[in-house]
Design a protein around this ligand. Sequence first.
Ligand SMILES: [Zn+2]
Length: 237
Amino acid sequence: MYHGIGVPPEGVRMRGLYVTPRMFRFQMWYLKAAGFKVVSLNEILDFVRGGQPAGRLIALTFDDGYMDFHENAWPVLKRYGYPSTVFLVPGLAGGSNDWDSGKLGARKKLMDWGKVRELSAGGVIFGAHTMTHPHLTEIPPAQMKEEIRGSKNAIEEQTGRPVEFFCYPYGDYDSTVSREAREAGFLGATTVGRGFTLNGDDPFELKRIPIRLNTWPLSFIYKLHSAYEVRKSSAGR
Ligand SMILES: [Zn+2]
C-alpha cells in the first residue's frame, strides 16, 4: 500500500504518507532481485478463489491518485513492466486532497482525467476510492451508495475500461459498506488491515502491507519475508 511517491515538503505532517522516489526505486528493484512476481489485483483474486499461485505474488496499490504517481512511480513501473492499481477519488480529479490537506499541512495535486487516460492507455489499472473520500460508515446510506457507485461510473466513463476494485477510504467499512461494494459490481476491495492475502480470504477484505517514508530497505525486506505484518495485524488495527 503506497500513497504519494515524492519527497515530503518542509513542515508537512503525516510524513509516513510519502515514499521518496529513491526508496521507491530500491523497492521495485528489490522485488525483481528477490524473485517476486508482480501481478494485478485480478491475479491475486484468482489465488484467493483457490487458484495455485505461480511463485510469490505481489500486487502494488497506490491510494488517492496523486500527480506524483505519474511523475515518480510510473516511469519506474513501466521500466520493470509491473502492473499497478491506482485508486482514484474522481470527485476531486484535477484538484487536491481536500479531505486531509488540513491535517497533513499540504495540498497535494491529484491527477486530472488527461493523465488518467494517458496512464490507462499505458496499462495502469484504475480502481475506485469514492467520489470525495468520506468515512463511509459515518454518512447516510444513500450517500454512501452514491459515493461508491458514482466513483465506479465516473472512472469507467473517463477510461472506457471496467473498474473492478474498490478501496475503502481510511480503511473504514462495515458489513453494510462491503455489501454495497459487492452489489455495485466490484470484484473485491482493499482495506488497511495488515498482512498477507491467503487462499479463501474474503475478496472484499483484502489486506495490505503499508510502505511508508520510514520503511528503510531492511524493514521493507523484513515486511516481505517475515511474519512481522501478520503479527501487526493480530495486534489489532
Ligand atoms: Zn485514501
